[in-house]
Design a protein around this ligand. Structure first.
Ligand SMILES: *Cc1c(COP(=O)(O)O)cnc(C)c1O
Length: 414
């Protein structure tokens, strides 16, 4: 059990960080780097001259395409910027509406707000706790241009249903896969269904490229052609030989990016070299997380007051986070009463995650505080998470589950 004296007094954005000495809390590093990854970073630092835009970028992109089955895939510096590229390539105009899940991390929505979209919040499905395609269809208007879905916590969204809607109304589909690398539906990877798939290799995700990193997968060839230029200030290397290598003056300054403003969203060679190695362990990490979740489900099966998302048949849900729902005890006790006991009595650093975005002052001030998400409104205030990382052994799992059972029993007595 990672028993750590917490010295940080200020709470961070997710509510982590108080002066309680927790018995179980999420470690800063969710799983250790392999020796091969450490050697790969060393190799770039010792031996490689160009530190970016080199052979490791090409190899990482090839490895990820092979892993995911995506037709086109480009490494970028983070998932927020992958989403930004997707938003730009949706070519939205002022007043265009984009339907985005209200239950997600704020980075899903911000890039769409930045390109001027009108954000319409979609609701969750009561069983899977990810976006409900029926609610998406309910919110389509003549101004709708795109649908954003999030495979939150690693649970795949019902993509066949989403694609049917997108086809019917001629809408673009962006998949936020930040929490779901390796999640699949009948063997097909998330991020290969929609027009774009956006992935994160941030330090808090299932694998990381030295703290930051990401990918964008692209379905159609015309969009894909523009990504290297949009990622790199409108520049990229020429293909083939030129008679005079110095004409024109800079590498491909004339690259066609089709009137869209470009960015610098590049990722360095050390990150790519680490990513190639880490990708080899991703399925193993995911299997570990799935086994941990299944163990907790079976231990808690005798406690109907605590429920879990239902995974549809054929779906691989990689359990990036472990969120539960408190159904109450029938005597008015809430999730916050439950967490008071879990935190103060049992010293388990439970947290509450993914505040509905329409409740954020950020979105309210920008004009997106309205919501019509009755399922989320009803469900969210009684949801909570365990501390969670890949490779929890029996000791923390037994302690967390027995504490939770005792806390529920205590609340029932009151
Ligand atoms: C982490 C996360 C992002 C942002 O990823 P970065 O790589 O940190 O930019 C976007 N969406 C979701 C759902 C996330 O969890």
């Amino acid at each position: 059990m990672n028993e750590k004296k917490q010295s940080v007094k200020t709470a961070d954005a997710s509510g982590r960080g108080t002066d309680i000495a927790f018995k179980v809390s999420t470690p800063g590093r969710l799983h250790p780097y392999s020796e091969a990854s450490i050697n790969a970073a060393n190799h770039i630092m010792r031996d490689i001259e160009g530190q970016t835009q080199g052979e490791y970028l090409v190899k990482f992109e090839k490895a990820f395409k092979e892993y995911s089955g995506a037709k086109h895939a480009y490494a970028v510096d983070n998932c927020t910027n992958a989403l930004h590229l997707a938003a730009a390539l949706c070519r939205l105009e002022a007043g265009d509406e984009v339907i985005i899940p209200a239950y997600t991390f704020c980075a899903t929505a911000i890039p769409f707000g930045k390109v001027g979209a009108k954000i319409i919040w979609s609701d969750i499905d009561k069983d899977t706790w990810v976006v409900d395609p029926k609610d998406i269809e309910r919110k389509i208007t003549p101004r709708t241009r795109a649908i954003v879905v999030v495979h939150l916590l690693g649970m795949p969204v019902d993509m066949p249903a989403v694609l049917k809607i997108a086809e019917k109304y001629n809408l673009r589909v962006v998949e936020d896969c930040a929490q779901a690398p390796g999640s699949t539906i009948n063997g097909r990877h998330v991020g290969t269904f929609g027009d774009f798939g956006c992935f994160s290799w941030h330090g808090a995700k299932n694998f990381t490229t030295l703290g930051e990193g990401g990918f964008i997968t692209v379905r159609n060839d015309d969009d894909a052609k523009l990504v290297p230029g949009l990622r790199h200030n409108g520049t990229r290397g020429f293909e083939g030989e030129r008679e005079r290598y110095w004409v024109p003056a800079m590498s491909s300054v004339d690259i066609d990016i089709d009137g869209i403003w470009p960015n610098n969203f590049c990722i360095g060679e050390a990150q790519c070299a680490v990513g190639i190695e880490e990708l080899k362990y991703l399925d193993e990490v995911n299997d570990t997380l799935i086994a941990q979740a299944e163990k907790i489900h079976s231990i808690m099966a005798d406690t109907p007051e605590i429920t879990f998302a239902k995974v549809p048949d054929g779906y691989r849900h990689i359990n990036h986070q472990f969120i539960m729902h408190f159904e109450g005890t029938g005597n008015g006790k809430t999730r916050d009463d439950l967490l008071d006991i879990m935190v103060n009595e049992y010293k388990t650093k439970c947290i509450v995650q993914y505040y509905p975005l329409y409740r954020y002052p950020l979105f309210q001030k920008l004009g997106f505080g309205n919501q019509d998400c009755p399922v989320l409104e009803e469900w969210w205030d009684n949801s909570f998470s365990f501390p969670w990382w890949a490779g929890m052994d029996d000791e923390p799992i037994d302690y967390l589950t027995s504490s939770l059972k005792s806390a529920v029993a205590e609340l029932k007595k009151e």
